[in-house]
Ligand binder design. Structure first.
Ligand code: MTE
Length: 387
C-alpha cells in the first residue's frame, strides 16, 4: 500500500528537477546528457523527451527505472500536485465518479510484470526510411507495475452495456495545434484481470517520466495503449476517434510492399506486440579475444509466451537452441543465453530468432509498413574473433 504522504513527497521531489537537463561529456559522446533519474540512455529527442535503452542494459529480468525507455509525444505536465490530482470516470456509466490518489491507493493492489514496447521500436530498420522517432532496439523494457485493477476502478462508476470502449486522456501539455494524446481500448481488454491503473513501477511510485501519479497498464499491447498521467477515463459506445487512433497507430490489413501507400480504410489499430528477440551482448562490432563466446539477450511475445530462441552463426543455415533463463511471468520477456566456440578466428554474424506459443516466428526480413510499427526482424550482430 502506498501512503498519500509518499505520493506528495514523490511529486514535489520529482517535479523540482524536471527542467534540469544539462549537457554532459559522457561515454556516448553527443548522444549523452544528464537527465535526472536516468542513466546512460540514448537521447532520440529532447523535445519531446524520447530516451532509448542501450541494448547492453537488457541483462536483467526487471529493468531498473533509470534504464527504462521514455516515449513522450508532447510536453510532460509541468505541475502535478498529488493531493490535488483527480481521476474522473464518466461517459457510458451509471454514476460518474471522481477518485483521488488516496482512494485509489486504498483499493486492492495487483502487480503485473510487463514488457512495455513502443510500437515504433525498430523503425530505424525500415527501408525505405519512414518518418518518426528512429528507434533501434531499445524502446522496450520490463517492469513490475502495481495498482488497482482497472476493472475494479470502472466498477466504482458502473459501466453501462453501451460502454464498449474505454478512453484514456493524460495531463500532457499540448503544444500549439497538436492534437491531444487520447486513445481508447476495447472493454474486453480494459476489464481483463491484468489491466491496471498503475501507481507504482518496480516498487516505488511512478516517476514523472513514466506517468506519475497514475497510468494505464495494458499488458502485452503496444506502449501507446498505456496512457501516462491519466486524468480522465470515458466509456464510449465506439472506438475513440482522434489522431492517435487514426491515422496514428494503425497497421495494414494485408502485408504491403516496401514504400507502398496504404489507405486508412485498409488498416486496423495496432494492439498486441509481436514475437521478438535481440542480442544484448557481446556488443555490435566487438573484437573478442577468446573463441568461446557467450551470447546473451532477451525475447518477448506480447500476450503469448516465448517458446524458444534459436541462434545461428552461419547466416541462418543452421539454428541451435539458446537456453531460456528461469525467470518467467506472463507478458514479461525471457532472458536467454547461448555459449558457442568459434571454429577459427575471423568475422562472424550471430543471429537470434524467437518463436512463441501462438506459432509466430521472427521473420528474416523487415515487414515494412508506412509507420514502421511492430518491426520484429531476426536480430543480427557482427563480431570479430581474434584468437
Ligand atoms: N501517455 C501520454 N499521456 N502521453 C504520451 O505521449 N506515450 C505512449 C504511452 N503513453 C504517451 C503515453 C507511448 S507511445 C509509449 S511507447 C509509452 O507511453 C511509453 O511509456 P514510458 O515512457 O513509460 O516508457
Amino acid at each position: 500500500m502506498i501512503s498519500r504522504r509518499e505520493f506528495v513527497v514523490g511529486a514535489s521531489a520529482r517535479i523540482g528537477v524536471a527542467g534540469a537537463l544539462r549537457p554532459l561529456l559522457g561515454w556516448r559522446g553527443d548522444e549523452s546528457v544528464a537527465i535526472p533519474g536516468k542513466d546512460g540512455m540514448i537521447v532520440r529527442s529532447l523535445r519531446f523527451l524520447d530516451l532509448e535503452m542501450p541494448v547492453e542494459y537488457a541483462n536483467s529480468f526487471i529493468t531498473p527505472v533509470e534504464h527504462f525507455f521514455v516515449r513522450n509525444h508532447m510536453h510532460e505536465p509541468s505541475t502535478l500536485d498529488a493531493a490535488e490530482w483527480r481521476l474522473s470516470i464518466a461517459g457510458e456509466v451509471e454514476k460518474p465518479v471522481t477518485l483521488s490518489l488516496a482512494e485509489l491507493a486504498k483499493m486492492p493492489q495487483h502487480a503485473v510484470i510487463n514488457t512495455l514496447e513502443c510500437a515504433g521500436n525498430g523503425r530505424a530498420f525500415a527501408v525505405p526510411h519512414v518518418p518518426g522517432v528512429q528507434w533501434r532496439k531499445g524502446a522496450v523494457g520490463t517492469a513490475r507495475f502495481a495498482g488497482p485493477r482497472l476493472r475494479e476502478v470502472l466498477e466504482r462508476a458502473g459501466v453501462k452495456s453501451a460502454g464498449k470502449h474505454v478512453m484514456f486522456r493524460g495531463l500532457d501539455e499540448v503544444p500549439g495545434k497538436v492534437p491531444p494524446f487520447i486513445r481508447s481500448i476495447p472493454i474486453e481488454k480494459a476489464t481483463d484481470a491484468d489491466t491496471l491503473l498503475a501507481l507504482q513501477m518496480n516498487g516505488t511510485p511512478l516517476t514523472k517520466y513514466h506517468g506519475f501519479p497514475a497510468r494505464a497498464l495494458v499488458p502485452g499491447w503496444i506502449g501507446a495503449a498505456s496512457c501516462k498521467w491519466l486524468t480522465e477515463i470515458k466509456l464510449l459506445d465506439k472506438e475513440f476517434e482522434g489522431n492517435f487512433m487514426s491515422p496514428g497507430y494503425r497497421m495494414p490489413n494485408q502485408p504491403v510492399m516496401p514504400g507502398e501507400a496504404v489507405k486508412v480504410e485498409d488498416t486496423h489499430p495496432a494492439t498486441i506486440l509481436n514475437v521478438k528477440s535481440f542480442i544484448a551482448s557481446p556488443s555490435e562490432g566487438a573484437t573478442l579475444k577468446s573463441r568461446t563466446i557467450h551470447v546473451q539477450g532477451v525475447a518477448w511475445a506480447g500476450e503469448a509466451n516465448v517458446q524458444k530462441v534459436e541462434i545461428s552463426t552461419d547466416s541462418g543455415a543452421t539454428w541451435h537452441p539458446a537456453q531460456l533463463a528461469k525467470d518467467e511471468s506472463r507478458y514479461a520477456w525471457r532472458l536467454w543465453n547461448y555459449s558457442w566456440k568459434a571454429p577459427e578466428a575471423g568475422d562472424y554474424t550471430v543471429l537470434s530468432r524467437a518463436t512463441d506459443s501462438a506459432g509466430r516466428v521472427q521473420p528474416d526480413s523487415v515487414q515494412w509498413n508506412p509507420s514502421g510499427y511492430l518491426i520484429n526482424v531476426i536480430d543480427q550482430l557482427k563480431i570479430h574473433v581474434q584468437a
